[in-house]
Structures are given as structure tokens and as C-alpha cells.
Design a protein around this ligand. Structure first.
Ligand code: XIL
Length: 316
């Protein structure tokens, strides 16, 4: 049967995955699946600020450059991830942030965005410009960015990114916004306002880190209302975790989750990519973060395809 990327190509959809660049360099079985199944890649960590600028003023582009080169060689587009976030910031920045003035911090953020987007200019399809700026109740997250710069940092970030690479598609990306509710409504209000103000935003990324304990209420309608604003949408970090060991009931729910999330993207014309957050249970971020949970990916611990893979193939 055909690969995910081959099946998705005729409908103009890119099937992506987060990539662990250590495995890309060292694990041929991993790399073979990566390049045969996926037409888009997202660096799982190596474009984050702590990775690209571990010491102030000293850039470490090599791991991300290697992924970008590999993507080009394999006909894959790149989702850049991520420019402004509250996590995985370099220590030099978190340590000095409280003693900086607003102007100093704004200058540091502008330089970071400008330098990183310029470095990868012309090589990035979609940039996650701002990641996870909201709390689940729909208020803005109390990050160093909000504290020092106020909510205007979001529009500024998009403007700076656009100035550095006018052709890249610029995204706002978040989790727990797949379904309507306070957080999704808050993001909707934000991006509506950005569009109305002429801020260069092109899309919204729905991370889609789901758990079999949640239902799957209204993803398609929710994607559709954002699309109606004239934005692209994308599912950017899909995985479907559950408690271990996995029962057959739970696995059915996982398969249903992958099916429904892909169907929603296929049903919305402006949904341009469906990206899983890694493709092998042995390498997933889930067990390290959600105690007692795992098995969230479409390949098992031995890189064998699971029913979660088969349903994606059959749904395409
Ligand atoms: C995670 C990575 O998968 C881990 O390897 C890392 O230790 C922490 O970050 N939302 C995001 C991603 O936007 O960047 C996160 O990735 C998962 C949650």
C-alpha cells in the first residue's frame, strides 16, 4: 500500500512529523520511515531558542541546518518551530530577564526573531511565530513576554518575522484549542483582531495533543471558523496518549482519534498540513511528561506500524 505522503499528495495535503535530529543522524530505520512516509518536517527541539542560542550572541544552527538540508533532499517542506515561547528559553535569558527594561527585552526578542528567520530565509514553509500564549481559561499567559512587553509582543513578533522572510507562512500555535471553549475563543478573538489590524498572520496551528480520556467534539467546525477568517489552519503536533498498559478499548479510542483528526483536516480546504508529534512510541515525549501515559504515536516501540497508522492510510 501507498505511503502517507503519496496518498496525501493528490489532495494537496502535507503529512508531517516532528523530527528528533539525533535519530535522524544515527538510526537508519527511523530515517527510512521519516523520508518514505512524510512530506513535511518540524524540528522537535533544535530550532527552539535554548538550542539555537545557548550562549548570548553565539548561534548553534548546525542541527537545524542538517534537518533543513535533509528535508530539501527528500522533497519535504519545513515547519519552523518556534520563535516566541515561554519554555525552552536559554538560561542566560531567563536569568537576566527580570533585571532588563522593557526596551532591552524587546530588542533581544526582535534580534532573536530577525536573526533566526533571516538564517532560514526561503527555507521555511510555515513558522510557528508565537507558541502557547494563552492559559486554558482564555487569559493571556503570564510569561516574561507579557509581563515586560504587554500583549503587543504578539503583533510585534509577527511583524518582525514577516520583515525577515516575507514569503514564509506565519502561524499562531497552541494546544487545547482544538475544540470550542474559552481558550479557542480567546485565540479566535486574537487572530481576528490581528487580521483586522493588518498584522501579517497566515494561519493557526492546532497542536492536537489529545488523550483518550477526552472526547472529540467539534474539531471540524472549529477549524472551519478560523478558516473563514481567511487563515490557513494546520494540525501541528498530533498524538493520542492513554494510560499504560493500553486496553483494546483504549486503542480503539486512539484509532478513532487519529481518524477524526485527519478527517477534520481533509474536510477543511484551508487545512494545509497534518503533523504528528513524532512517529515512534519509543521516542515520544509523552511518557516523560504525563505520568503513567504513553503509546501515543502511530508506530510502536519497535517502529512497526500500529492500527493508528493504518487508519491514517485508509482515511487519506
Ligand atoms: C516538546 C518536545 O517533544 C520534548 O522533546 C521537549 O523536551 C519539550 O518540548 N508543545 C510544543 C512542543 O509546542 O515544542 C513540545 O515539544 C510539546 C508541547
Amino acid at each position: 500500500p501507498d505511503s502517507l505522503r503519496a496518498l496525501a499528495a493528490p489532495v494537496g495535503l502535507r503529512i508531517g512529523t516532528a523530527v528528533n535530529t539525533d535519530l535522524l543522524a544515527s538510526n537508519p530505520a527511523y530515517t527510512k520511515i521519516l523520508n518514505s512516509q512524510f512530506s513535511s518536517v518540524t524540528p522537535e527541539n533544535v530550532m527552539k531558542w535554548e538550542s539555537v542560542e545557548p550562549t548570548q550572541g553565539t548561534y548553534n544552527w548546525a542541527p537545524a541546518d542538517a534537518l533543513v538540508a535533509s528535508a530539501k533532499a527528500n522533497g519535504q517542506l519545513v515547519r519552523g518551530h518556534t520563535l516566541v515561547w515561554h519554555n525552552q528559553l536559554p538560561q542566560w535569558l531567563t536569568q537576566e530577564a527580570s533585571s532588563l527594561s522593557a526596551d532591552q527585552l524587546r530588542a533581544i526578542l526582535k534580534k532573536h526573531i530577525t536573526d533566526e528567520v533571516t538564517h532560514f530565509k526561503g527555507k521555511i514553509w510555515q513558522w510557528d511565530v508565537v507558541n502557547e500564549a494563552f492559559n486554558d481559561d482564555g487569559t493571556l499567559r503570564n510569561s516574561i513576554w507579557l509581563q515586560k512587553l504587554g500583549s503587543g509582543y504578539i503583533a510585534d513578533a509577527f511583524r518582525w518575522a514577516h520583515a525577515a522572510d516575507p514569503k514564509a507562512k506565519l502561524f499562531y500555535n497552541d494546544y487545547n484549542i482544538e475544540f470550542t471553549g474559552p481558550k479557542s475563543n480567546a485565540v479566535y478573538a486574537l487572530v481576528s483582531q490581528l487580521k483586522a489590524q493588518g498584522v501579517p498572520i497566515d494561519g493557526v496551528g492546532f497542536q492536537t495533543h489529545l488523550d483518550t480520556q477526552y472526547g472529540l467534539p467539534d474539531l471540524e467546525n472549529n477549524l472551519q471558523r478560523f478558516a473563514k477568517l481567511g487563515l490557513n489552519v494546520a494540525e501541528t503536533e498530533v498524538d493520542m496518549r492513554t494510560t499504560l498498559p493500553v486496553t483494546s478499548l483504549e486503542q480503539n479510542a486512539q484509532v478513532a482519534g487519529y481518524t477524526t483528526t485527519l478527517q477534520a483536516c481533509l474536510a477543511v480546504k484551508q487545512c494545509i498540513s497534518y503533523t504528528v508529534w513524532g512517529f515512534g512510541d519509543a521516542y515520544s515525549w509523552v511518557p516523560g511528561v504525563f505520568a503513567g501515559e504513553g503509546a501515543a504515536d502511530i508506530y510502536d516501540e519497535n517502529l512497526q506500524p500500529k492500527p493508528e497508522y493504518t487508519t491514517l492510510q485508509q482515511t487519506l
